[in-house]
Design a binder for this molecule. Structure first.
Ligand code: NDP
Length: 403
């Protein structure tokens, strides 16, 4: 029916709404619902100015299943695009089941009290979605999201068997603040301060956070950056769906200034997720810290530089070793000019729109819970080229991040 409900009016929500509005032949009716309605209204106004499309808005608490299910039953959308926080994934999935609506998100469920990053809670919904004849598409952002699709695309078109995977996420952008996070500070800090896990020889190997560092030179003049190995949720689904992988690692670039601030904040306890008692009130340190930091959605006008996110896959083709790199480069200022956002939200929001489009067009629609690499990568890759995230594939002569 061309009707979609988007939940979450943050940095990513803004981009998804803008990009869906640009594709009004697919997304014919868009409702943006979030906890704070004024944020939805501000996005709707900006979309109206940029595209002329009218977005309806609503207030909803996505932690409250009956409230959300009632909204969905009244709206009867084809699909819910969840770009609220990972804490809301399960309640939104429950409400979708109750209202008979397809589901999509960009980040796996996390319980508030433990930074876990595991798919087990959402994978447990497999039977429920199958029985209901509904699709849940998990992780349709950039990483997870485009990086999973890149891996699947390389495996499909360039290899007989893939053996080594390195996902490399470089943000060469500069926002001019001494310390700020590019997306929700609480989620971002939980992620980077978690222990590192990578896949090796059939199991996850744990190492201390940020304990493995390498240098990576991005293609096309983006520059050379320090990257650090860390855990990222797509490693779990990719190692499951590509059982020939002998090793899978995720790397992200961090500037010295970011790491210095993070170290101090950790040392003084400001990144803690356990509540502490303060003057008769319970305060979660990381939530208080998030309050003090710049709102990621305000970084757009001040961020300059480029992101370069891609996957290096090593494996065998016709009995020979081969190394392929698939990557996407995005310019912060160009994103801001198009949708009033920096590149981190842009690179998440565009794949979210495309994943939703795949479902709306019936290309990726099967009863059950699916990670994005389980569907045919080709139509998604075509749409990335068309809708603002052009990518390239190149063969590498050698690749070695161990140093
Ligand atoms: P923001 O914090 O900017 O926005 C989150 C939005 O969700 C806010 O509008 C917030 O409301 C709303 N929200 C929070 N709780 C509720 C609730 N209970 N009910 C209704 N709405 C709620 O986050 P981002 O836009 O940066 O990120 C959005 C999602 O995208 C996150 O899950 C993040 O992990 C994911 N992400 C994925 C990436 C990828 O590549 N896969 C990369 C970056 C982000 P309020 O305005 O009231 O606070």
């Amino acid at each position: 029916n061309g009707k979609v409900v988007i939940i979450g009016a943050g940095g990513v929500g803004n981009v998804v709404v803008q990009k869906c509005a640009q594709q009004s032949s697919v997304f014919k009716d868009i409702l943006l619902a979030s906890r704070t309605k004024s944020k939805c209204d501000a996005i709707a106004e900006s979309v109206k100015q940029k595209t002329g499309v009218t977005i309806r808005t609503a207030q909803v608490d996505a932690d409250n299943v009956p409230e959300l299910a009632a909204l969905l039953k009244e709206e009867k959308p084809f699909l819910v695009i969840n770009v609220a926080l990972p804490y809301q994934d399960l309640t939104i999935m429950d409400a979708c089941l109750e209202a008979g609506v397809h589901y999509m998100d960009t980040a796996n469920y996390e319980p508030l009290d433990t930074a876990k990053f595991e798919y087990k809670w959402q994978w447990a919904y497999q039977e429920k979605f199958q029985k209901a004849g509904l699709t849940a598409l998990l992780g349709s952002g950039f990483d997870p999201g485009a990086t999973n699709v890149f891996t699947n695309y390389l495996a499909k078109h360039h290899f007989d068997e893939i053996e080594y995977l390195d996902i490399i996420d470089v943000n060469g952008g500069d926002h001019g603040y001494p310390f700020a996070t590019n997306f929700n500070p609480e989620i971002n800090i939980r992620e980077v301060s978690a222990e590192c896990r990578h896949w090796e020889n059939g199991e996850f190997v744990t190492t201390p956070p940020m304990s493995k560092k390498a240098s990576f030179t991005c293609p096309d003049g983006v520059g050379t950056y320090n990257i650090y190995r860390m855990y990222h949720e797509e490693l779990e689904s990719l190692s499951k769906h590509f059982p020939t992988l002998k090793r899978a690692q995720f790397w992200m670039s961090f500037g010295d200034n970011y790491l210095k601030h993070l170290e101090v904040l950790e040392n003084v306890g400001m990144t803690g997720i356990e509540p502490v008692e303060f003057e008769g009130q319970k305060i979660v340190p990381i939530q208080f810290l998030a309050k003090l930091l710049p709102d990621p959605s305000t970084l757009g006008p001040r961020t300059k530089g480029k992101t370069c996110i891609g996957t290096v896959v090593q494996g065998k083709k016709d009995g020979k070793d081969k190394i392929m790199y698939c990557y996407q480069i995005c310019d912060h200022e160009a994103c801001y000019a198009e949708v009033a956002s920096q590149a981190i939200s842009y690179t998440t929001g565009v794949p979210a729109m495309i994943g939703a489009k795949m479902m709306m067009e019936g290309k990726w629609l099967e009863p059950g819970v699916f990670n994005i690499e389980q569907f045919d990568p080709d139509p998604f890759m075509d749409d990335m080229n068309e809708f603002g995230l052009p990518w390239k594939v190149t063969e590498l002569n050698d690749f070695n991040l161990d140093q």
